[in-house]
Write a protein that binds this ligand. Sequence first.
Ligand SMILES: [Zn+2]
Length: 73
Amino acid sequence: MSLGCGWHHDENPSREPVAPFFVPLDPAKLDEALTAQANARHEVFRRRVEAPITEHYATTHPGLEPGDVRPGS
Ligand SMILES: [Zn+2]
């Protein structure tokens, strides 16, 4: 992940611990269960990536928020 100022955050999505997955007895609920697990993993990933970005903005670009005009532009 790269920001306009050259700072970047290296992320390895595969280091995500894989939670046990329970296959529902009802096959009709399998899609739902898979989607729920994918959403949960994405949420953990998002939070972990957001933290260093927020920290970087707080220390290097005070007053800016991620999503504001790119620093230096
Ligand atoms: Zn920066």
